[in-house]
Design a protein around this ligand. Structure first.
Ligand SMILES: Cc1ncc(C[n+]2csc(CCOP(=O)(O)OP(=O)(O)O)c2C)c(N)n1
Ligand code: SF4
Length: 271
C-alpha cells in the first residue's frame, strides 16, 4: 500500500470517471498534499457540490459531505464557523463553482474564510453531457453552443483576487507534481485559498473541440501553461491560448472565523 492511500476509501474504488478523465490526477494530488502536510483525517472535512469532479469527495477517506449543486462553499462555511479548528477543503467543478455557485464563491473570498477551494476546471459541464459553463472559452463548442460559445469566459483567479481571497494558484493535470505543492500551500494558508486545477474532460469537451484524446489534451496543457514570471514577459501577441500557472497571488488578511469568534466573545461578555 502506498503511503497516501490511507487518504482514499479503497473500498469505494475503482472510480466511475471515464477513461482518460483528469479528475483522478487532481484527486491524487489532493491526497499527496494531505500526506505531505500529515493531515489528520478526523479533523479534516472535504465538501463537494455536484458534478463529475465533485464525486471525488466520496472516494476520499476524511469526513466528507457531498452537497447540492453549487452549494459546497456555504456548507463548508457553516462547518468552519461551527468548528474553526477543522481544516475544510472544497472540491468543485467550473460549473458548480462559477455558475450556480458563483455568488457563494465571491462571498467566500470576500470574507477570507479559511477554506481551500480546489476548482477542477475542465471548461465544461461534464456530468450533464457537455453544456457550456462560464469558463468555456469563447468559440469552443458545447451542446448548448454547437457553433461555438459567443460568451466571454472569465478568469476565476482574477475574480477571487478582486473579491478578497488571500491565496490564489493555478496548476494543471499535466503538471501533477507542482499541483501537489500548490494544494499543500493553499491548505496551509489561513484564509480563503483558490487552487484552480486545469483538467481534461476528453469525453464532453475534448472530443467536441477536436483537442484529441486525453494525451492530446495533456499535451495542450504542457504547451500552453506557462509559469507566472515567464508569462508576464510574453508580448500580447505571444499569449494566444497561453495561461499562467503557479502561485498567482498571496496576501495576509484577517480570517473570518477568527473575527467571528471575537464577536461571539464580545456578545457573551455582554459588551
Ligand atoms: C440545482 C441543480 N441544477 C442543475 C443540476 C444538474 N447538474 C448536475 S452536475 C451539473 C454540472 C456539472 O458541471 P461542473 O460543475 O462543471 O462539473 P463537472 O461535471 O464538469 O466536473 C449540473 C448542471 C443539479 N444537479 N442541481
Ligand atoms: S464526462 Fe468528462 S469530466 Fe466527467 S468523468 Fe467523463 S471525462 Fe471526466
Amino acid at each position: 500500500m502506498r503511503s497516501y492511500e490511507k487518504y482514499f476509501r479503497m473500498n469505494r474504488l475503482p472510480h466511475i470517471w471515464c477513461p482518460g478523465c483528469g479528475n483522478g490526477i487532481v484527486m491524487k494530488s489532493i491526497a499527496k498534499a494531505a500526506e505531505q502536510l500529515g493531515l489528520d483525517q478526523d479533523n479534516t472535512v472535504i465538501v463537494s457540490g455536484i458534478g463529475c469532479s465533485s464525486r471525488a469527495s466520496g472516494y476520499m477517506n476524511f469526513d466528507t459531505l457531498h452537497t447540492a449543486h453549487g452549494r459546497a462553499i456555504p456548507f463548508a462555511t457553516g462547518i468552519k464557523l461551527a468548528n474553526p479548528k477543522l481544516k475544510v477543503i472544497v472540491i468543485t467543478g467550473d460549473g458548480d463553482c462559477t455558475a450556480i455557485g458563483g455568488n457563494h464563491f465571491i462571498h467566500g473570498a470576500r470574507r477570507n474564510i479559511d477554506l481551500t477551494v480546489i476548482l477542477f476546471n475542465n471548461n465544461i459541464y461534464g456530468m450533464t453531457g457537455g453544456q457550456a459553463s462560464p469558463l468555456t472559452p469563447t468559440g469552443k463548442k458545447a451542446t448548448t453552443a454547437p457553433f461555438g460559445s459567443v460568451d466571454t469566459a472569465f478568469d476565476p483567479c482574477e475574480l477571487a483576487k478582486a473579491a478578497g481571497a488571500s491565496y490564489i494558484a493555478r496548476g494543471t493535470a499535466f503538471h501533477a507534481k507542482p499541483l501537489v505543492e500548490l494544494i499543500a500551500q493553499g491548505i496551509s494558508n489561513n484564509g480563503f485559498s483558490l487552487v484552480e486545477a486545469i483538467t481534461q474532460c476528453p469525453i464532453s469537451y475534448g472530443r467536441r473541440n477536436k483537442m484529441g484524446d486525453a494525451a492530446g489534451m495533456l499535451k495542450w496543457m504542457s504547451e500552453n501553461a506557462v509559469p507566472l514570471a515567464a508569462y508576464e514577459k510574453l508580448a500580447e501577441d505571444q499569449k494566444d491560448e497561453k495561461f499562467p500557472i503557479g502561485i498567482l497571488y498571496q496576501k495576509t488578511a484577517p480570517e473570518y472565523s477568527a473575527e467571528y469568534a471575537k464577536v461571539i466573545k464580545l456578545a457573551q461578555e455582554g459588551k
